[in-house]
Design a protein around this ligand. Structure first.
Ligand code: UDX
Length: 495
């Protein structure tokens, strides 16, 4: 609620609402900090679960001390603290958020003093909302507050999401039969046919490169429905923020601009933030962690003892779960490749019964690699001992790898990752796409290819891409200017 007597002297107040998951919180926290640096007041709305973990494992407290304009508001995601928020249980969070998050958000926005800090901040001038939280839009619209969407995916996957209806109308969604298992579905010949209904992507996108939820249960899948509605509703917002940069995805960004002209590509956002903090002389006090898990720094000491480019870094992000069989195929493939590996194995990484890491695998790893629960990923990617990144192609991991110029070996798990990995291998040509296979022989072959046979070729292109990323965030670069444009827009919401 606003306090008209003081409002005019106060900076705009931006409320940022990310989906409370690692891959969404980190980039939106980076944005929060960038906005604070420009003198705006920012409140970030987090689930108690994410907030508590950020307080415990990340540098949230130092963020308060760096920026007097930074605040956190919290809500309950409705799940017990020990409820898995990964793999197949992810949908529990989505449903609970929709159910509970919406009403809590309304109460927060309608309370007289909910976000105004006793009059020290004006009422919310503009919202920056995670593009997957469109269920709160009705409240925002009722209150007449302008809002911008932030999608934590790349343009290359936002665009097919935006064109879902066209893909369905063209009959290009490969349908998964009700009782069909994953492997049979993957192996269908029609999965290799090109998708022709996404303008600008006709030569690159195969059916197996679009999210699988497009084809499950004939479009009745709830994830699919949410994606479809949420993505289309982007046109109703005042703009769209993407953590990408023009030189990486210009042709697709141009396609999106035809529908959403107010598009802010401000990536790689973590690098943009680092630069701005350094230019404010804040680098020494800053620890960049926004981790929801405790970072095990033993891996850095281990990497320090390894030769240059000798280690493959393996991480499948914060949501992926592996079956025991998949885990063993990866492990044998890695070991047989002869390369050392640093492997992130979250405590909740293994799905199904008996979800602890098999003893033989843990023991066998000791001479060949290092396995930890969570790492400071950006530091790991920048470490000279790392030669390539074996990734699930989450967008944050992809853009972090691109920013540092590291070749990738991709094993996409779901959603946007299917498209990201295709772009890594076929458009940017900075790595390999291993989608839809998971056997030790393929893993071994592809690790060797990424680390030995084609490493120079991939590294050269990745290095060039990293230079372009740097150009984008430097003074006068596209991401640099787009952030300034965004800040100007946010300031204009109170004039
Ligand atoms: C998911 C989707 O996969 C992604 O495509 C979407 O854009 C956001 O939500 P996630 O699966 O967790 O995210 O992957 P990713 O986007 O790569 O995000 C993981 C983040 O965790 C990265 O920023 C990475 O640096 C960080 N991380 C991962 C760590 O800090 N330490 C680790 O050990 C592993």
């Amino acid at each position: 609620m606003s306090h008209p007597e003081t409002d005019t002297e106060l900076p705009p107040h931006i409320l940022i609402f990310p989906l409370p998951l690692q891959g969404h919180v980190n980039s939106m926290l980076n944005l929060a900090e960038l906005l604070c640096l420009s003198g705006l007041h920012v409140t970030i709305l987090l689930s108690n679960y994410a907030h508590n973990r950020l307080l415990r494992h990340a540098s949230l407290r130092s963020l308060f001390s760096r920026h007097s304009g930074f605040r956190v508001a919290t809500f309950s995601d409705g799940l017990p603290a020990d409820h898995p928020r990964a793999g197949e249980r992810l949908m529990d969070l989505a449903f609970s958020l929709k159910e509970l998050g919406g009403s809590q958000f309304r109460r927060l926005m309608e309370s007289t003093d909910g976000l105004s800090d006793g009059g020290a901040r004006r009422g919310v001038s503009c919202l920056i909302i995670d593009g997957l939280l469109s269920f709160i839009i009705s409240v925002v619209e009722e209150m007449g507050i302008p809002y911008i969407y932030f999608r934590t995916i790349g343009a290359c996957s936002f665009w097919p999401h935006f064109c879902i209806q066209e893909i369905i109308d063209a009959g290009e969604v490969p349908l998964k039969g009700k009782n069909e298992d994953k492997l049979t579905y993957w192996k269908k010949k029609e999965m290799d046919m090109m998708v022709t209904s996404v303008p600008g992507m006709e030569k690159v996108l195969r059916r197996r490169d679009i999210p699988r939820s497009f084809g499950v249960a004939n479009g009745d899948d709830p994830t699919f429905k949410t994606m479809k509605t949420d993505t289309k509703r982007t046109v109703e917002a005042c703009g769209l923020i993407l953590n990408t940069f023009e030189d990486l995805e210009a042709p697709i960004l141009d396609q999106i601009r035809k529908h959403i002209p107010n598009l802010y590509s401000i990536g790689p956002i973590h690098a943009l933030l680092k630069d701005r903090l350094e230019s404010e002389g804040m680098e020494s006090s800053h620890n960049y962690s926004s981790s929801l898990w405790e970072e095990d720094r033993s891996c850095i000491a281990w990497l320090d003892s390894q030769p240059t480019c000798s280690v493959i870094y393996v991480s499948f992000g914060s949501i992926t779960t592996l079956t025991r069989d998949e885990l063993l195929e990866f492990w044998y493939g890695l070991v047989n490749s002869g390369h050392k590996f640093l492997w992130v194995m979250r405590p909740d990484s293994i799905s199904g019964n008996g979800n602890e890491i098999p003893v033989e695998l843990e023991e066998g790893t000791k001479s060949r690699g290092w396995m930890v629960g969570w790492v400071p990923q950006q530091e790991v990617l920048a470490h000279p001992a790392i030669g390539a990144f074996f990734t699930h192609s989450g967008w944050n991991s992809t853009i972090e790898s691109i920013a540092i110029g590291l070749p990738m070996l991709c094993w996409p798990y779901f959603a946007d990752q299917m498209t990201n990995s295709r772009f890594v291998s076929e458009v940017w040509k900075v790595g390999l796409d291993m989608k839809d296979t998971c056997d030790r022989i393929t893993v071994e072959k592809m690790v060797k290819e990424a680390m030995d046979v084609r490493r120079d070729e991939f590294s050269k292109r990745a290095h060039n891409m990293a230079m372009l990323a740097r150009k984008a965030i430097s003074e006068g670069g596209t991401s640099y200017l787009n952030l300034n444009r965004l800040i100007e827009f946010l300031k204009s919401t109170v004039s």
